[in-house]
Ligand binder design. Structure first.
Ligand code: GDP
Ligand code: ZN
Length: 293
């Protein structure tokens, strides 16, 4: 029995990479009976006697699963946000950060289109860069037109499975092309699937970027918080996690409770008011969600 990782899944076939070889495999019938779908990113045991007619026998336990794109064992999500055109959007950035944190995946922030900024605009973006770095996130301000430190950016992809996220037009495809020119992804927001044209059968593939792998379909098309409960929202904000033990009440929502260390930190300027405002907004959104039966 050989071991490998599923790189691509198309209509019932799984392409499993093992060493330098790729094996075309089907899943065992028992998977269907048990309603188990092998996913891109899965580590599997397979019978690879014939490179065209392999069979996947078992799937190793998964660290996590993303629904869109359907990928298992994701190490990090690279959130791409443009500095301008479209304007930098801290609310949307925080939304992505919360969704990624809730899945216990590491987020990284790439802010693109640096080359289009005036000195004054560069200054205001730098304030955000500092803010998010202080929270503990890696933040890179880049121009995909002229990558100043391509090797430094490539390092982010090394030995990991990454998924790219970000609204249309922020420069996701351009960034991947800059990191790995052989990808030749079409740019200018041609389609959701990083410029590869609309697929009739939805499939996802892991492609090389830097010394790692990235899903060729961007993540998180739906940005609602359906899977997050109110009591867990604070855990998706690292600066709140740091302070919540100091709140007077256990289970503090950091909203109107007396003796709240988080609110005090906002007053003291230790927590950015934009972040706290977004926390309250997301909390309202979760609390006003209709119960599902
Ligand atoms: P996607 O929809 O997120 O994949 O965005 P694209 O990569 O298709 O980029 C959208 C548009 O922004 C294209 O016209 C790109 O040429 C342009 N663009 C992307 N990154 C940069 C950048 O860093 N600087 C400049 N000036 N333009 C960029
Ligand atoms: Zn509190």
């Amino acid at each position: 029995m050989a071991e490998g990782r599923i790189m691509k899944a198309i209509s019932g076939f799984y392409y499993v990479k093992s060493g330098d070889n790729v094996f075309q495999c089907r899943g065992r019938g028992v998977f269907r009976k048990q309603k188990i779908t092998p996913l891109v990113g899965d580590f599997v045991e397979f019978d690879g006697d014939n490179p065209e007619e392999g069979y996947i026998h078992s799937i190793k336990s998964r660290r996590n699963i993303l629904i869109r794109p359907p990928v298992a064992n994701v190490d990090q999500v690279i959130i791409v946000s443009s500095a301008i055109m479209p304007d930098f959007n801290p609310l949307l950035l925080d939304r992505f950060l919360v969704l990624i944190e809730s899945k216990e995946i590491s987020p990284v922030i790439f802010i693109t289109k640096k080359d289009l900024l005036s000195d004054k605009e560069l200054e205001s973006i730098s304030v955000y860069q500092k803010l998010y770095r202080e929270i503990g996130y890696s933040v890179e301000l880049v121009s995909s037109r002229a990558l100043e430190e391509p090797d430094h950016l490539k390092d982010y992809f090394s030995d990991q499975i990454s998924v790219i996220a970000g609204q249309s037009g922020v420069g996701k495809s351009s960034l991947l092309n800059a990191v790995n020119p052989s990808l030749e992804l079409k740019t200018a927001g041609i389609s959701e699937s990083l410029g590869r044209g609309k697929h009739t059968t939805r499939h996802v593939e892991l492609v090389e970027a830097g010394n790692g792998l990235v899903a060729d379909t961007p993540g998180f098309s739906s940005l609602d918080f359906n899977e997050i409960i109110a009591g867990e929202l604070g855990d998706c904000f690292p600066e709140i996690v740091d302070l919540k033990a100091d709140c007077k009440f256990r289970g503090c929502f950091h909203k109107k409770e007396p003796g709240c260390a988080v609110k005090q930190a906002v007053t003291d300027g230790q927590i950015a008011s934009s972040r706290y405002d977004h926390y309250l907004r997301f909390l309202d959104e979760i609390n006003s969600r209709k119960p599902r039966y």
